[in-house]
Design a protein around this ligand. Structure first.
Ligand SMILES: [Fe+2]
Length: 277
């Protein structure tokens, strides 16, 4: 049974340009932050002493969520025990509200390709990913959230939709779902489906958190670049989600062209206004 994540309100993915703002005083508009776990792993390493100190300080004021990009849960490789050990160390040190990673693979043969790569959506892959999610949860002693990824190709071998795969995965692995509304929209354009049908089909009781982000429009396809403001279509989907599925901890992800905090904060405030309507 999925232990539902508490609605932590409105947050942001905290990135280095905004560390000084948060070190000085956490903004009133933000009630949680998310960080990329890998940026703080090996925290005993001298070179990253300052970020971990910053994180410890912010953690005193706000709940922190860990978001991973290298668990490679779909890879044919076995789980990386060194990675999981470091992640567990960081969890014990910071005590995040929860942790998440993506439905993807990021490498094989112990090589990290530093990209979130798509999986064939088959019963065989479902069984493979389910087994690995269960083993991760057993090792960490907690349930994790798996995020719907943005993808640019589909596999002929796939015999189910992404939402069917995620629904089955959440039930079979007993994990939660990190719903990235921008990724739903990106995939709906890239692969030609109705994003509202997607949102209607996902298991609401498994949603633990929502991501919003911007993408780049390449004409006949979209790339999930996180380097632009959230577009109007994604805001509309988020409004639909809030109205029809409920309230979940919701945040802005921005990783490129990062603006001044006062500019990014306008998007944080827009989440507040949608939740308050
Ligand atoms: Fe995301």
């Amino acid at each position: 049974m999925f232990k539902a994540c508490q609605d932590l309100g409105v947050g942001v993915g905290l990135r280095p340009p905004h560390y000084p703002i948060f070190r000085n005083k956490t903004p009133d508009s933000v009630s949680f932050i998310e960080v990329i776990s890998e940026n703080f792993m090996n925290w005993h390493n001298h070179k990253i002493t300052r970020p971990i100190q910053m994180l410890e300080q912010v953690r005193q004021d706000l709940p922190v969520i860990f978001h991973g990009v290298s668990m490679s849960i779909g890879s044919a490789d076995d789980l990386n025990q060194d990675y999981l050990r470091e992640l567990k160390n960081l969890i014990q040190k910071i005590q995040p509200a929860w942790i998440s990673d993506h439905l993807c693979w990021t490498g094989v043969d112990n090589k990290n390709l530093h990209d979130l790569l798509p999986l064939p959506l088959t019963q065989g892959v479902l069984k493979h990913v389910t087994d690995k999610v269960r083993r991760v949860q057993d090792y960490l002693g907690q349930q994790i959230l798996i995020e719907n990824p943005s993808t640019y190709i589909e596999f002929k071998a796939s015999d189910m939709t992404e939402w069917e795969f995620l629904k089955e995965l959440c039930e079979k692995a007993d994990c939660g779902l990190l719903l990235d509304v921008n990724n739903v929209y990106v995939n709906s354009v890239n692969h030609g489906f109705d994003p509202v049908e997607y949102l209607k089909s996902i298991p609401v009781s498994r949603i633990g958190q929502i991501h919003l982000a911007g993408h780049s429009n390449q004409g006949d396809y979209l790339i999930d670049t996180h380097d632009a403001p959230v577009c109007s279509e994604v805001w509309e989907l988020f409004e639909w989600t809030t109205k029809n599925l409920g309230f979940f901890s919701t945040m802005i992800e921005r990783d490129g062209n990062i603006p001044e905090w006062e500019v990014l904060e306008q998007e944080v405030l827009k989440i507040h206004s949608i939740r308050n309507n």
